[in-house]
Design a protein around this ligand. Structure first.
Ligand SMILES: *Cc1c(COP(=O)(O)O)cnc(C)c1O
Length: 454
């Protein structure tokens, strides 16, 4: 029988997270204070995060041990399966071998609990009573609600208003796990009041919701803030995905030529690709790592590398990253998790050093690829994940044209069963091709008065 599914035992769950900073030829530039624009140290982050996570954020240690309690919780859904997509290969009529790692088997249906659980764990260790966060489509909010419930921590989620009304099921899932969910902008914070004062009908954005959640946490020592992507420690937690995949690909007798993952802030891309990039950096392998982003929010392919705020109001430290500008408001495409203006510092530096690649796709192309995948392999991809499928389809077609049997691995980072509205809109031809114009990008970047990295 052909081996379709490559599994691991619980004992094969990685014991460490991998910190790629240790292996990077050019280390990430330091974050800057939003006011003074001088480099900040770990202490500046203390009002927002527990010390254990801050130490991980600034760490250059190559491996960081995963606490036993966290590994024990991981066993509920990890190790996740890795599949060979025989049916998709056949439909695409390609000589390429296609594999995917499936993170949709977690309780909230994506890779996000991989970091939500350790984040809640370290907060609990340091006596934190409540965690605030933001969420767009609701993937991150539901992962954190799940994790906070496990550790008996209160959870306040600022959910982008337009999603709050369009995606009631994610909101209900968060409420089921005990979280308080607020439609952002809210009148609960100064940041929210400011935005509502300017535009009472504001549909909200991820940047605004971050401003609100950060403000609420900074105001009270018992409350901390948590981010589901972008930051170094978040990317590092996700490397359990790629470490498992390295072993599973070995078991399949293959080393990928190409690793692909969708890109919002960079966490699932980092999670799958960094352990393979380690093979490039350490062992001289030549694995191409491609991130897939929407053409409506193309920070990696059309943004600039410079210091920018993580939020809209300008409260967070300035991070050196690829960005479209913190005032950039992306079109309301359905891949909510990919509508962020910036990118993680580590992934940004790797792209700047040409150690990874980036590619943008239009949303129609993505849904077409997603439906093709669902028909072939059965699993309905999250709208975010369809971006990776679109890249895979392109690469499989190139392999066909060139007569090459390359091995492609991608991250099916979540299922789309809470996103049926997106598929409904696609099936009823309500989705339009969308690419942001150069004028829009230039207008947003022109508003930046933040430092340009050397
Ligand atoms: C949040 C999310 C993303 C985007 O975030 P990254 O940090 O870039 O991974 C992509 N896919 C899914 C399913 C998500 O939930």
């Amino acid at each position: 029988m052909r081996q379709r599914k490559i599994t691991l035992t619980e004992r094969e769950i990685p014991e460490h997270w991998y910190n790629i900073v240790a292996d990077m030829p050019n280390k990430p530039l330091p974050p800057l204070h939003p006011g003074t624009k001088e480099p900040i140290g770990p202490d500046a982050l203390a009002p927002l995060f527990p010390m254990a996570l801050i130490m991980q954020e600034v760490s250059a240690e190559k491996y960081i041990a995963i606490p036993d309690e966290v590994r024990d919780i991981y066993t509920q859904w990890r190790p996740t399966p890795l599949y060979r997509a025989y049916n998709l290969e056949k439909v695409l009529d390609t000589p390429a071998k296609i594999f995917y790692k499936y993170e949709g088997v977690s309780p909230s249906g994506s890779h996000k609990p991989n970091t939500a659980v350790p984040q809640a764990y370290y907060n609990k260790q340091e006596g934190v009573k409540k965690i605030t966060t933001e969420t767009g489509a609701g993937q991150w909010g539901s992962a954190l609600a799940y994790a906070c419930n496990l550790f008996d921590i209160d959870c306040d989620v600022y959910m982008v208003k337009i999603s709050y009304h369009q995606k009631p099921y994610r909101k209900l899932l968060m409420q089921t796990w005990g979280a308080n969910v607020y439609a952002s902008p809210t009148p609960r914070t100064e940041a929210g009041k400011k935005i509502l004062g300017e535009d009472p009908q504001s549909p909200g954005s991820l940047g605004i919701a971050i401003s609100e959640a950060v403000e609420a946490a900074a105001a009270d020592p018992d409350i901390k803030y948590s981010l589901g992507s972008v930051l170094n420690h978040v990317l590092m937690h996700q490397t359990i995905v790629g470490q498992e995949a390295v072993v599973q690909m070995e078991k399949a007798g293959e080393l990928p030529d190409i690793v692909v993952a969708p890109f919002g802030g960079g966490s699932n891309f980092a999670g799958l690709s960094f352990p393979f990039l380690r093979l490039n950096l350490e062992e001289g392998q030549n694995i191409r790592c491609i991130s897939s982003e929407p053409s409506s929010c193309p920070k990696l392919t059309r943004g600039v590398f410079r210091y920018d705020f993580g939020d809209t109001v300008g409260m967070t430290p300035l991070l050196p990253m690829y960005t479209l500008g913190h005032n950039f408001v992306p079109a309301p495409i359905h891949a909510g998790g990919l509508r962020y203006h910036g990118a993680g510092v580590v992934v940004s530096q790797l792209l700047r050093d040409k150690l990874i690649e980036a590619r943008a796709h239009d949303q129609l192309e993505c849904f077409e690829a997603g439906v093709q995948f669902a028909k072939a392999e059965g699993i309905l991809p999250a709208p975010e994940a369809t971006h990776a499928v679109a890249t895979v389809v392109q690469e499989a077609e190139r392999c066909k044209k060139e007569g090459k049997s390359e091995t492609i691995l991608f991250n099916l980072c979540g299922h789309g069963y809470f996103d049926m509205k997106a598929y409904e809109d696609y099936f009823s031809n309500k989705l339009e091709r969308h690419e942001v114009t150069t004028e829009q990008i230039e207008a947003s970047l022109a508003q930046l008065d933040t430092p340009v990295p050397a």
